[in-house]
Design a protein around this ligand. Structure first.
Ligand code: FRU
Length: 488
């Protein structure tokens, strides 16, 4: 019975917890982000929004904060956790490649996003056209110089580069160099993608070098950092950044920097591709996203659009948070209900089992102990009834023939229709003695009555009751009553 209770308890608890769980996402996706700036946050939001269309996937995001070692360790932990797919935006191509390769070789599909890794051990790539970004920078520089009426010879451009080991920095530089007309000198400083770093290196540059004619930064954050460094000088220098989202757009609208090149993050496309890979559907292996120039005219409407998107994303976040909180409440209620149902069921099963077990026990006891006793008693009653009737009849026959010398065992047997043996057994059973002793006892009792109630002598009484002699009667009388008949 204890097992029944235990199993039913387990069954109900499982049922309860099963009922409590949300529709379990089938696929766990590890996202390894190299940084956590505005551009990455936009990408994350885009992923989350797209994820609403793919409820069978769940993201687990880790940020490396610009550290190759941390990023490799985080990727390795995703491998150990056996995620179903990995999305990596590598900090630096060569340094992060070993971890990406390990994941790929462990059979985990890998989508490389934005920055590439070297080699081709990855499943899909989605990212911007960084070489084109560099070319756009070169085009912008050329157009600026001609609009300023400057000759190309002796023109100096200050390039604020991203982290050198990352493919966008390499390709943007390449595109820039390839696209520039001869005679333009490019000085490069490394801002490593950070606004503060760009401020520092540009300040250092400006402190030791003549002012450059133009500044191109590999992203808007560094362009803003460069503009802030320039504030200490009276000249204004045209500055171009890259990304074309906030805070870059705002900086263009405010006139802090001049333009930017769009650099799409397309987190939505990354998630859609992940879904295609996981469901075995066809997907594009290498997607290179378009880039366009954002000048002061384009920046304002884009800024408005960007603000709308940000608002949408905030609403999305709010809805998600509210849904999660409601979901948690529902889960709690269901757990309470499940526990209640489980306890109720266990009590019900326990009571039922107890009652059934008791019924069985009582029935068995009745069958084994009480019924036989009852039967014995009934039998005994019937026997004693039969015996009583027999005793009455015996007594009656014997008493009617006390003076009859023919009253003996044969006579009694024929009267009671019993054989000698049966007669002996039954007379013994009811009277405790054999038939002859019984007859003699009855004659002695009658003799005693006669001696007490009549004037008959001992001789007469002995004769009347068929004793062979008065002496024999006296002997029997003494044996039975313990005194002589004359002593009465
Ligand atoms: C964001 C960022 C962008 C840049 C890209 C290059 O982390 O620095 O500003 O365009 O990464 O990978």
């Amino acid at each position: 019975m204890r097992n029944t209770v235990l199993y039913s308890l387990l069954f109900f608890l499982c049922l309860g917890f099963w009922g409590c769980s949300s529709p379990q996402p089938q696929y766990r996706i590890g996202v390894s982000q190299c940084l956590d700036d505005a551009w990455r946050q936009k990408m994350n939001y885009e992923m989350e929004r797209e994820l609403l269309l793919h409820p069978d996937m769940v993201l687990s995001r880790r940020i490396a904060y610009g550290s190759n070692e941390l990023q490799c360790a985080q990727i390795d932990s995703f491998i150990a956790e056996r995620v179903d797919l990995l999305i990596v935006s590598p900090n630096e191509a060569e340094a992060v490649k070993p971890a990406v390769t390990r994941a790929y070789r462990a059979g985990i599909p890998v989508i490389v996003a934005d920055r590439r890794v070297t080699g081709d051990e990855w499943t899909a790539f989605i990212g911007g056209d960084n070489y084109k970004v560099g070319s756009l920078m070169a085009q912008w520089i050329t157009s600026q110089l001609s609009s300023l009426g400057r000759r190309l010879g002796g023109v100096v451009v200050l390039e604020v580069a991203g982290l050198p080991g990352s493919t966008p920095a390499t390709l943007r530089h390449q595109g820039l160099m390839d696209g520039l007309p001869e005679g333009v000198e490019v000085h490069s400083v490394m801002g490593s993608w950070y606004r503060e770093e760009a401020y520092k290196v540009v300040s250092e540059y400006l402190a030791t070098q003549p002012l450059p004619d133009l500044i191109v930064a590999h992203n808007d954050l560094m362009a803003i950092g460069a503009a802030e460094a320039l504030q200490n000088y009276q000249f204004s220098i045209p500055i171009m950044g890259v990304d074309g989202i906030n805070p870059g757009l705002q900086a263009i609208v405010d006139g802090k920097i001049n333009c930017s090149a769009t650099y799409s993050s397309r987190g939505d496309m990354v998630i859609a591709t992940a879904s295609q890979i996981l469901h075995g559907e066809p997907f594009v292996r290498d997607t290179v996203l378009e880039t366009i120039l954002v000048d002061a005219k384009a920046a304002y409407p884009m800024l408005k659009q960007d603000e709308d998107i940000t608002r949408d994303l905030e609403t999305l976040h709010l809805v998600q948070t509210q849904t999660e909180s409601k979901w948690r409440q529902m889960q709690f209620d269901r757990i309470v209900l499940s526990v209640f149902v489980a306890v109720f069921f266990v009590l019900f099963v326990a009571t039922l089992s107890y009652i059934i077990a008791r019924q069985f026990k009582l029935q068995t006891e009745i069958k084994q102990d009480i019924l036989p006793q009852l039967e014995n008693m009934q039998e005994a009653i019937q026997l004693s009834r039969r015996d009583e009737a027999f005793a009455d009849r015996l007594k009656q026959i014997v008493n009617e023939h006390l003076s009859d010398p023919n009253l003996n065992v044969e006579y009694l047997g024929s009267k009671l229709q019993l054989s000698r043996t049966q007669l002996f057994r039954r007379v013994k059973a009811v009277a405790g003695k054999g038939p002859l002793d019984y007859i003699r006892e009855q004659r002695l009792i009658r003799a005693d009555q006669l001696l007490h109630t009549t004037d008959m002598t001992i001789q007469q009484v002995a004769l009347e009751l068929c004793f062979s002699s008065a002496g024999y009667f006296t002997k029997c009388y003494k044996e039975y009553f313990g005194h002589l008949p004359s002593e009465r």
